[in-house]
Design a protein around this ligand. Structure first.
Ligand code: YXS
Length: 259
């Protein structure tokens, strides 16, 4: 089964999540297909890529596939995790990637959407950052992506409450570049992609890479890095981390005890 569908037209690539039975949960296979699709679009010299869910989706993506999160004692978001690899592939893709958001976005899918260059949503779009709901210690590069997008106050609220932010607020916060009626979403998004495709691809790819380098220019001392890793280990070694994933799979509310 293909976990994504792809298309290529007028130098614009399209990647459509195709795992709705599991609410487009980002499993290893889907993410490997996404990375392969970007490689193919690179060969075809795509000038823009659109990342989307199927038309009419109520959920854009439910985030990391919880069934694939490691058991206690292992970092759930290591550097080599397929989701981390997919995000780096998007960040380093030479052309702009536009997230066309129809439906709700959860957990690691928020970071996947935020790492895209432009986000276009509808009034039914929403965004929920959910590590605290599952008991997952997010990683430094991911937190930096959120800080670069939102500012520290909004990042704290979204991480601490794990509650969805609606489309109107998401536009005010700068998450959405554009908020359009659902019936206009495809035309608006592909219209922007065509405008981008008509500009200088070399200039755009250099500006995109310059922005990536400048946004990520936060040197960490080895001691700071080790302290962050030690803090994260406290969480992923905890009973709460086990309880979060177990509760989801048993379809019940988690009972966190703080240890
Ligand atoms: O019971 P079946 O087999 O039909 O499967 C159900 C769900 O178990 C499955 N599913 C998922 N499977 C794995 N990983 C997921 N993230 C996931 N989400 C859903 O899809 C089938 C249909 O789900 P259901 O019945 O709940 O659909 P719904 O339409 O009533 O509700 C849609 C959602 C998205 C509101 C609901 O599925 C939900 O709350 N999903 C979990 C959202 C979430 O907390 N995602 C965070 C994943 S962890 C992550 O991304 C990072 C590690 S972190 O946490 O750090 O951000």
């Amino acid at each position: 089964m293909a976990f994504i569908l792809t298309g290529f037209n007028e130098n614009i690539g399209t990647i459509t999540f195709n795992n709705y039975e599991k609410r487009n949960a980002l499993n290893k296979a889907l993410l490997e297909e996404l990375i392969a699709a970007l490689e193919d679009f690179k060969e075809k010299k795509a000038r823009a890529v659109i990342l989307r869910a199927a038309k009419g989706s109520k959920v854009w993506s439910a985030g990391h596939d919880i069934c694939e999160l490691p058991k206690s004692g292992r970092d759930p978001l290591p550097y080599g995790d397929p989701l981390e690899q997919a995000m780096r592939a998007i960040e380093r893709f030479s052309a702009p990637v536009i997230a066309m958001i129809e439906g709700s976005v959860w957990g690691g899918a928020c970071e996947l959407a935020f790492i895209c260059d432009i986000l276009i949503g509808t009034p039914a779009s929403s965004f929920a950052i959910t590590p605290a709901r599952i008991g997952v210690p997010y990683n430094p590069s991911g937190i930096l992506h959120f800080i670069n997008m939102l500012g520290i106050g909004s990042v704290k609220e979204m991480f601490f409450t794990a509650q969805p932010i609606n489309a109107e607020r998401a536009e005010r916060m700068g998450i959405l570049n554009h908020l359009v009626p659902v019936e206009e979403l495809e035309n608006f998004t592909y219209g922007m992609a065509r405008r981008i495709a008509s500009n200088s691809p070399l200039c755009i790819s250099v500006i995109k890479e310059q922005l990536r380098i400048l946004c990520g220019a936060h040197p960490l001392s080895p001691e700071t890095f080790e302290r962050i890793q030690g803090l994260r280990r406290l969480v992923y070694d905890s009973k709460d981390y086990m309880e979060g994933t177990k509760a989801f799979l048993e379809k019940r509310t988690p009972v966190f005890k703080g240890d």
